[in-house]
Design a protein. Structure first.
Length: 372
């Protein structure tokens, strides 16, 4: 995951930062618990960087990514001839992290038969290479991470209780992104700038509608999913304003655009609104779109955007006849012809009832006239 530099101002994430500050100076084991994609490895690196071991190596191992038959050799190393194909001596990850920090990601996937050897390494700070009988002293701080319920696994006897308690000296629960949505604007801005720089683009604006959509989404993939969504948006962006990325799920997507012309119109309107309908200038809509001012004016004329489009009127009747009071609705055509002289309905689009009153027309007169 691209570094987010532990950005966050939400109370839940501030608790995590406080925990990092407390545990970093000591050498106690740390267990990071949280859903996938929440940035557990970044937090492990932050602990290492703030510790007295920061000048030594930070070695990361994903226990779920290495076949069980090879994991012992990966962690502890092996001697030449230890197994078929072992033509040289290999140093394991524990020895590689000597005097530094070893990060064991997905520790819940560690095979049960390998757990006693890991427990001994943690307790005694000693290892033995596979195929060798000599003990090697090490000095390693271990930080483990999991997205599984280790205590539940202990009760199911799929994870050793003694190893669990050895790892769980200082637990830190990393909150999912849906519980720290206040941090989404900071994270989104960071990812936009990082990906724009990678792709040689200049993107300096994230539309307000896009941020609102990002904050409404439930983020099952957490920060990793946010990073991927933002990268997708940067790829399709051509101007200085981030194109709204499509979020998974129909209820979480931005409004559907029927044609390319509709998409262009909607995007130009969104940028004009962001710039308060200022076309020129260093922060105007043309600059944000990355096109000349004259080109934007030409597009606006072609799309009929000489001024801000009227907002949709909610609650306005779909037809004038349906807006008349029920007792007058059958006679709406005659009433309109009476009021046409003053053009108080067609010009002002007032409520028919108030227009009748302002026109000085007596309802009883209307009733008599319409029944004639």
């Amino acid at each position: 995951m691209m570094s987010s530099k532990l950005l966050g101002e939400s109370p839940r994430f501030q608790d995590v930062l406080d925990a990092i500050a407390m545990v970093a100076p000591v050498d106690s084991a740390v267990l990071l618990q949280g859903e996938t994609g929440t940035g557990k490895e970044l937090i492990a690196r932050a602990i290492h960087d703030a510790s007295s071991r920061h000048q030594q190596r930070f070695v990361a191992v994903n226990c779920a990514a290495i076949p069980a038959a090879l994991l012992e050799s990966e962690l502890f190393g092996h001697e030449r001839g230890a197994f078929t194909g072992a033509v040289t001596q290999v140093v394991g990850r524990f020895q590689a992290a000597d005097r530094g920090t070893l990060f064991l990601d997905e520790i819940g996937e560690l095979p049960l038969e390998l757990q006693p050897k890991l427990l001994r390494a943690l307790q005694e700070q000693q290892i033995e290479r596979l195929g060798g009988g000599r003990t090697t002293q090490i000095n390693v701080r271990v930080i483990a991470a999991t997205n599984r319920d280790l205590l539940g696994m202990v009760q199911e006897r799929t994870f050793r209780a003694d190893l669990y308690y050895r790892l769980n000296v200082f637990p830190i629960t990393v909150p999912p992104l849906r519980e720290r949505k206040e941090d989404i604007p900071l994270l989104a801005d960071h990812f936009v700038k990082a990906f724009a720089e990678q792709q040689g683009k200049v993107i300096d604006t994230i539309p307000g509608d896009t941020l609102r959509s990002l904050k409404q989404y439930h983020w099952p993939g957490n920060i990793r999913e946010l990073q991927n969504i933002i990268e997708r948006g940067v790829i399709v962006t051509k101007g200085r304003v981030l194109e709204a990325p499509i979020l998974p799920g129909s209820s979480q997507t931005l409004p559907t655009i029927a044609t390319l012309a509709d998409a262009e119109r909607a995007h130009i309107i969104a940028v004009l609104r962001e710039s308060n309908w200022t076309v020129g200038g260093w922060n105007g809509a043309a600059a944000r779109l990355g096109i000349p001012r004259t080109t934007l004016i030409s597009k606006m004329q072609r799309l009929g955007l000489s001024r801000a489009p009227a907002e949709p009127q909610t609650g306005r009747p779909q037809s004038e006849s349906s807006s008349f009071p029920s007792d007058l609705r059958p006679h709406s055509d005659k009433i309109r012809s009476l009021l046409e002289r003053d053009r108080q309905i067609t010009e002002t689009r007032d409520d028919p009832e108030s227009a009748i009153a302002r026109a000085g027309i007596d309802r009883s007169f209307v009733a008599l006239t319409t029944t004639a």
